[in-house]
Design a protein around this ligand. Structure first.
Ligand code: FUB
Length: 460
């Protein structure tokens, strides 16, 4: 049980570090997408995304191609399909990681990609070219643009962001493992000019840079994973500004809190007069750290040019959830865990994801319950519960049963469908609609274990 105590202390620490808001709505639930880059051409917003194909519970990235999504309103997106794949780079063999598209002075579109080469070294940056934002795209060089053998390159050569200044000079930033790098590109968009630079002032840089310019100020947003902004293993998005495209940079703060996936990856863009933050999380049904989803939220600037922290909206996955204004109670909660986790709107990445806190009743066993109460009656007909399983003292329950308060006693909800006890998902239970001020979830543990819940929703 020592490990259980250690986990409890870690969970308490996470709570003290502060919690992000709700997770955003994905641009699609038909496939898992990641690492967005954004480009506006005419009236269309293009999102270039990675494509997560890891199986449920997979522990590694499985990424073979990149998709393009289009939108005319930044709300509804159309998948234009996989427009570039590892197979388009004869020298590459795996890992279609983060990418970005930039229009060249020749009017063609250059797609900069992170890919694993077949030769010595690890990740490389390649570049493909097409005559339109949708391609078709072909390898523009036949060799990597940046690799481990590029003098002064990053410890991990991934995550290119390419920016064209008003004078036509093109810059590329990239890197990971705390190794941010920058270089000028020639007008051909496919070769570098001068030496690789290590920019200064970009505090806590981890990976995923995104560069843009607004009102004469250069902005660099990037994933950071320091304890000042994210729980261990997770990342936030910080940003810096500069008056020169190669810096020096001045760190300005956090623009996006930690999300539900461990990785975080920003794209910031103005479209039809509004600014947006495009990023990914693990919020789509069945999602996880290797099954991510791109989402989009509004971004606002202050009068002094600093960016307000993005509010991660709940989106259409949780409308009608009455849990948000319920008061939670329980038969027992461990002192280091919290009932507040039940209805904080968080979508866990998996059943071990207690990064936003968890309800747990260790070391009680057998029958326990959690309950929601409302000041006035609610019509309820559906519940969704995400179980907490820490692989230690807490395990998935043996069974569960929903009850409601009929005015004088708790009785089973009528017509209840199976009360699911699956891991890594919201278990949905439907029942004949009841009007009540209290809903109770009775939980029976497996022998030798206690139980826990990461999130519990209650719907009309
Ligand atoms: O998707 C693979 C890698 O994870 C990306 O290149 C990083 O930015 C991180 O999101």
């Amino acid at each position: 049980m020592k490990r259980r105590w250690a986990a409890a202390l870690a969970g308490a620490l996470v709570l003290l570090l502060g919690q992000p808001a709700l997770a955003g709505a994905p641009i699609t639930t038909a496939l898992y997408t990641a690492d967005p880059a954004a480009l506006v051409v005419g009236d269309t917003l293009y999102l270039y995304t990675g494509h997560d194909e890891a199986p449920t519970g997979g522990g590694n990235f499985v990424m073979r191609d990149w998709h393009v999504f289009t939108s005319s309103d930044a709300t509804t997106f159309t998948d234009q399909g996989a427009r570039l794949a590892i197979s388009n780079f004869s020298w590459a063999g795996a890992d279609a990681w983060a990418s970005e598209v930039e229009r060249g002075a020749d009017g063609r579109y250059y797609w900069y990609t992170s890919v694993n080469g077949n030769g010595p070294g690890w990740m490389n940056i390649g570049v493909a070219v097409g005559n339109s934002p949708l391609g078709p795209f072909t390898d523009a060089r036949g060799t990597p643009l940046i690799s481990d053998s590029t003098p002064g390159s990053s410890p991990l050569n991934i995550d290119p962001t390419v920016f064209t200044d008003d004078d036509g000079q093109v810059y590329m930033y990239w890197g990971s493992y705390y190794g941010l790098r920058a270089v000028r590109l020639n007008a051909d968009m496919t070769s570098t000019s001068g030496s690789v630079i290590t920019p200064t002032g970009v505090s806590n840089f981890w990976e995923a840079p995104w560069m843009f310019k607004r009102n004469g100020v250069y902005y660099l947003a990037y994933a950071a994973n320091d304890s000042g902004c994210s729980a261990p293993g997770y990342a936030c998005v910080r940003y810096a500004t500069a008056s020169n495209p190669l810096g020096p940079w001045t760190h300005r703060g956090v623009v996006l809190d930690q999300v539900s996936s461990t990785t975080n990856h920003p794209a910031i863009i103005e479209f039809k007069g509004q600014w947006y933050m495009v990023y990914h999380n693990a919020a789509a049904p069945g999602g996880g750290n290797f099954r991510r989803s791109v989402t989009i939220d509004r971004l606002y600037f202050n009068a002094d040019g600093t960016m307000q922290k993005v509010v991660q909206t709940g989106g259409p996955t949780t409308p009608g959830n009455h849990a948000a204004d319920a008061t939670a109670s329980t038969s027992y909660v461990s002192p280091w865990e919290t009932l507040a986790a039940l209805n904080d709107g968080y979508t866990p990445a998996n059943s071990a994801d207690h990064s936003h806190g968890a309800y747990g009743n260790w070391n009680r066993q057998g029958a326990q319950w959690i309950e929601y109460r409302w000041p006035t009656a609610r019509s309820l007909s559906r519940s969704q519960v995400y179980w907490f399983d820490d692989d230690q003292g807490l395990d998935l329950p043996a069974s569960c049963q929903l009850q409601y308060w009929n005015g004088s006693a708790y009785v089973n909800v009528p017509g209840q469908s199976a009360c699911g006890v699956a891991a890594n998902t919201f278990n949905t239970t439907t029942f004949t609609s009841v009007s009540t001020t209290r809903l109770r979830l009775n939980i029976t543990s497996k022998s030798g274990f206690s139980t826990g819940v990461l999130e519990w929703r209650a719907f009309s």
